[in-house]
Design a protein around this ligand. Structure first.
Ligand code: 5GP
Length: 182
């Protein structure tokens, strides 16, 4: 089963998914393609497949992507090949931006879409500041974007409020298991 975990930037998608995968070795993560540069500690083929703009455009032209999007000036995409090979009892988790979920569901109707939302906008602001990788202007832009992103929750199967990591991971895991049992 394909599971998409999405939500506004800074909501904690990556942390939730990392903890989910740490607890459940039977789940694994889809590796996206991106044109952004690796951050310290990130590895090609582990965190992302880091490619050039030319390679990204070429792969769009060749129809290799299930979906692709621009996020803050960089390109991100999910390879069709990583989704086509998923077996029914296998759990493949995609951590992608809010527009990605509906595109994946369009191609793979059995995909489960989970939207993480912050308890409130102030909390989102605090998390972005805490992360420390953005300037105040970027943070303001991210918050405005976050308010828009919340309107996309309606396109998802489940909306989970990320109050604390442990509870969110339990809820997300519970949703995945119950859908899998159907
Ligand atoms: P970051 O650069 O911080 O790793 O990710 C930036 C944003 O891009 C995050 O919201 C992340 O979920 C999103 N993203 C990562 N991979 C993909 C992808 O394959 N498709 C889409 N649509 N968004 C992605």
């Amino acid at each position: 089963m394909i599971v998409v975990v999405s939500g506004p930037g800074g909501v904690g998608k990556s942390t939730v998914v990392a903890e989910l995968l740490r607890r459940h070795p039977d789940m694994h993560r889809s590796i996206s393609v991106t044109t952004r540069a690796p951050r310290p500690g990130e590895l090609d083929g582990v965190d992302y497949r880091f490619v050039t703009e030319e390679q990204f455009t070429d792969w769009i032209d060749k129809g290799l992507f299930a979906e692709y999007a621009d996020v803050r000036g960089h390109h991100y995409a999910t390879l069709k090949s990583s989704l086509e090979s998923v077996r029914p009892q296998e759990i493949l988790v995609l951590t992608i931006d809010i527009h990605g979920g509906p595109s994946i569901k369009h191609l793979f109707p059995g995909a489960l879409l989970i939207f993480l939302k912050p308890p409130d906008v102030m909390e989102l602001e605090r998390r972005l500041e805490f992360r420390g990788s953005e300037t105040p202007e970027e943070i303001a832009g991210r918050i405005e974007l976050g308010q828009y992103e919340m309107t996309c929750a309606k396109d998802y199967d489940y909306v989970v409020t990320n109050r604390d990591l442990e509870t969110t991971v339990d809820i997300v895991d519970g949703i995945i298991r119950s859908v899998l049992r159907r």
